[in-house]
Design a protein around this ligand. Structure first.
Ligand SMILES: [Zn+2]
Ligand SMILES: [Zn+2]
Ligand SMILES: [Zn+2]
Length: 357
């Protein structure tokens, strides 16, 4: 594997071309500050933890509990320190070039599991499926009850650099009256692509990744003529989902999981989809854990927003889950230029992830 030729190239993100990545695998670029690893917290119950069983009175009241409040395995509560709140009404203030919009929205915490330190890759696949179902259900509920909400971002932070302030395993959900820029760019660009090619760019990227699995036969003799480097960017594949190491991604070990069948809206995925996704997510997290053990990460869902200007995006947008391990601290060059540096090639990262299990 070390025989790989050094790579130094700028790769353009095919979905959002304004995002590009410098892939530079030569040694000299390596001494970057490593992000701290999180020691594995194996504790099942911590008396002082507000998210542990028996301490329910230390959090705001339960919004949703699965299977029920007494025997909960997953629980949603309002965030005690919300970044957005419902007390303000949605008005925007304009002061010349500096625009301000009131921080209207809902910010909730999803306690992923009743076991304090359990990590996603250690959870039962059936529990992960349940958790995905809870994400989905709450997204639907918020969109149905509050028509000011345009987007519900579900995300998980693991580790303090990744934003997790409480150690107990949890995710968060922020329902907001605007469409976040990352999603806006993806939706807009994929719609442009669709108008030119009449195809979903995400479906095309999946097809491209899958065709690398092809074996080319000689038509006359039936002999194998050439086997193409098997699924260079594929990390994991199931009946319904695929985990891909993107060709141009900002984080060295970033992995995206997408449904194989075109679907724009995560909240429309059915029970079988969620059960299948749970397996792919668990195994992907296992692979990342094998290689990066204890690395801090974020994952988040990107799905079609509820918004008039994007009501025509069912064919052009494709929901997905992005997993971004944080292995290095972004440098001034990266923050200043927006050009993120990757010192391992995405092809090599994918190969290592495939070999990890
Ligand atoms: Zn706890
Ligand atoms: Zn698609
Ligand atoms: Zn995305």
């Amino acid at each position: 594997m070390n025989t790989e030729e050094p790579v130094r190239e700028i790769r353009i993100n095919p979905v959002v071309p304004s995002e590009s990545v410098l892939v530079a695998t030569e040694r000299g670029l390596r001494p970057r500050k490593e992000e701290e690893r999180v020691p594995h917290d194996t504790r099942v119950h911590v008396a002082s933890c507000p998210f542990c069983k028996g301490n329910e009175d230390r959090t705001p009241p339960t919004i949703l509990a699965v299977p029920d409040e007494d025997n909960w395995e997953i629980r949603i509560v309002r965030n005690l320190f919300p970044v957005l709140g419902t007390e303000s009404d949605q008005r925007s203030l304009s002061l010349g070039l500096q625009q301000v919009m009131d921080g209207y929205g809902h910010h909730e915490v999803i306690i992923d599991h009743d076991r304090h330190g359990i990590e996603v890759h250690e959870m039962q696949a059936s529990h992960v499926a349940e958790l995905l179902g809870v994400y989905q259900r709450r997204m639907r509920e918020l969109l149905a009850m509050d028509d000011r909400i345009k987007y519900v971002l579900v995300f998980k932070n693991f580790g303090s650099a990744a934003g997790a302030s409480i150690k107990h395993t949890h995710s968060q959900l922020i329902a907001m009256p605007i469409i976040p820029e990352n999603i806006y760019n993806e939706i807009e660009q994929s719609r442009n692509y669709f108008s030119r090619h009449h195809q979903c760019i995400f479906c095309n990227l999946i097809d491209e990744a899958l065709t690398f699995e092809a074996t080319i036969y000689n038509r006359d003799s039936g002999e194998i003529r050439r086997k193409i480097d098997i699924g260079q960017y594929i990390v994991e594949k199931s009946e319904r989902f695929i985990a891909i190491k993107p060709f141009a991604s900002r984080y060295e070990w970033e992995v995206h999981i997408l449904p194989l069948r075109h679907q724009s809206d995560f909240t429309l995925a059915d029970q079988d989809d969620l059960a299948d996704l749970a397996g792919v997510l668990k195994r992907t997290m296992q692979r990342l854990d094998r290689i990066l053990g204890g690395a801090q990460y974020n994952y988040y869902f990107h799905t079609v927003p509820r918004c008039d200007i994007f009501s025509d995006c069912d064919s052009s947008y494709h929901w997905h889950l992005e997993i971004c391990p944080r292995t290095t601290v972004p440098s001034g060059f990266e923050l200043g230029s927006g050009l993120f540096v990757t010192t391992i090639s995405p092809e090599q990262a994918a190969a290592r992830l495939r070999e990890a299990l």
